[in-house]
Design a protein around this ligand. Structure first.
Ligand code: FAD
Length: 471
């Protein structure tokens, strides 16, 4: 079957778009979570029409399709979990149109978020969803993972920034559908756009998107503070929120993670303690007043080191974001044993921001119970915490212990009225967690409904099978 499939795909797309070289296929079969699989080929379509042809062939021959942006997923969302073809969108990477009057950018799925923002910046605009991985994360991947980012405190996640989608569904004809509108306001029946956002490539292949864009704020004041006690940091954050201010960015990292993340980083201050990074968007006239208020608030909560910048460029020059940008690599190194293989397990829970202090205290207790060095950090502004541990994947006992820790972490989110995933999604790793969440809410039927929806879009279950749930 594999040979026939390859033959058909080559005759439909051309040889240069069907790669079967084992080393290349192996490379594309890995994702950032550390999970990997295998595939018969990687396909590189260059147009919606070619994606449609792939979907039609795959439907007829019943070949699993694994859509892929940059494979930077962290929950087992993008890797091929059984034999099939990987569809890489990296050659569909054009920004087709930007209209400031309509506040919209029309893009292909392989455009990287950072590239789009470089382009928009020249016009004084931005696309506000900025995952820490934005230099590699693609629009198609971010849409399908329902990604968020540092500015999530103010701007939410992908579901709030997509007006319309062009998609291909896996049926006999590889049918193309235009869903949603160019405009924000748009009412034409059920909202299929938002159904596809966060569906992790299990419902449709996204071949184009109309994204909302906004002007870059006139001024962004930033303050980076360090605290001996994590409780003081949390109280400072609570006071900011209680005063009615909605930060543009609100991020935190605990002391151990800061120590690692700061290693080798070129900055003129000495980071020490638990870190709170706050940015607030404002105007030239009020930036000084906002800054003074922030400094006062941090001091009142016993900050031991405060760095500040009145403008975004100044914040970059002083390196105020550098430590936060190193969170992932710091989390990957924490607790690593010399000479042993290691894998990082980055959790992604969310609680209402008012419950962050309670969540942090429970997460510390659980870490101590299992004897793990747990790194705590994340997007405190929207209640999204990424507790992480590093473990030895070849040590079966340790692996079991990590899975028990993982389950208890998800339970904490549910006890506090949150959810088991904020932005990384379900993939293969959180299928159990999703069941636990719906069962906790006495809503198991929701998963049956999702399964039925999946069958309508993808009756042969060939689109990213095994992700979110089994069909
Ligand atoms: C260092 C690091 C930091 C991160 N920080 C964040 C963060 O701050 N916020 C956050 O939300 N995430 C974060 N992530 C996770 C990840 O980077 C994001 O989810 C990102 O948006 C994924 O983009 P991608 O192009 O790599 O997608 P991929 O991983 O390739 O794919 C993601 C999902 O979308 C599907 N897919 C991809 N393209 C298409 C398409 N065109 N049509 C249909 N389905 C498609 C895939 O099958 C998969 O299910 C981080 C990851 C790393 C490694």
């Amino acid at each position: 079957m594999d040979k026939n499939a390859i033959k058909e795909l080559v005759s439909s797309l051309g040889e240069e778009k069907v790669v079967t070289d084992k080393e290349i296929v192996r490379l594309y079969s890995k994702e950032s979570s550390g999970l990997s699989g295998n595939a018969i080929a990687v396909l590189f379509p260059e147009s919606a029409e070619e994606v449609s042809r792939i979907a039609s062939i795959a439907y007829r021959l019943e070949i699993p399709i694994y859509p892929q942006g940059s494979s930077s997923s962290l929950s087992g969302n993008a890797f091929p979990s059984k034999m099939g073809v990987i569809v890489s969108f990296e050659r569909m990477n054009k920004v087709k149109n930007v209209s400031l009057i309509d506040s919209v950018a029309i893009v292909e799925p392989g455009v990287r978020i950072e590239e789009l923002n470089f382009m928009l910046e020249e016009k004084g605009y931005m696309f506000p969803i900025d995952p820490a991985s934005q230099s590699i994360a693609t629009i198609g991947g971010a849409i399908n993972n329902g990604a968020g980012g540092l500015r999530g405190a103010k701007y939410g996640t992908m579901k709030d920034w997509v007006n319309g989608l062009e998609v291909v569904i896996p049926d006999e004809n590889g049918t193309r559908l235009s869903l949603g509108c160019l405009t924000i306001k748009c009412r034409h029946g059920y909202d299929l756009v938002r159904l596809i956002i966060g569906s992790e490539g299990t419902l449709a292949l996204v071949v184009g998107a109309a994204l909302r864009i906004v002007p870059i704020p006139e001024r962004v004041v930033t303050i980076l503070s360090f605290f001996n006690r994590l409780e003081d940091l949390l109280n400072a954050f609570v006071e900011i929120k209680e005063s009615g201010v909605q930060p543009y960015i609100a991020e935190f990292m605990d002391k151990k993670t800061v120590e690692l993340a700061a290693k080798g980083v070129d900055i003129s201050f000495s980071p020490n303690g638990n870190m709170l990074l706050i940015s607030i968007d404002t105007t030239a006239e009020s930036s000084g007043r906002v800054m003074n208020w922030l400094v006062d608030t941090m001091k009142r909560h016993n900050a031991i080191e405060i760095q500040s910048a009145l403008m975004q460029q100044e914040a970059e020059e002083k390196g105020l974001f550098k430590i936060r940008r190193n969170l992932f690599s710091a989390q990957s190194r924490l607790g690593k044993k010399e000479g042993r293989p290691s894998r990082v397990f980055i959790e992604d829970i969310v609680v209402p921001p008012s419950k962050i202090p309670a969540a942090v205290s429970k997460l510390r207790e659980i870490g101590e119970k299992y004897g793990f060095i747990v790194s705590l950090g994340g997007h405190i502004g929207d209640g999204n915490i990424h507790p992480s541990v590093v473990y030895d994947p070849e040590d079966e006992e340790e692996k079991k212990k990590v899975y028990r820790w993982f389950e208890e972490v998800m339970e904490v989110s549910l006890e506090l009225g949150g959810s088991i995933s904020a932005e990384h999604g379900i993939g293969t790793m959180k299928k159990g967690g999703m069941k636990m969440e719906f069962s906790e809410k006495s809503s198991e039927k929701a998963i049956d409904i999702m399964r039925e929806i999946k069958a309508v879009f993808d009756p042969k279950c060939i689109l990213n099978p095994g992700k979110v749930f089994d069909c």
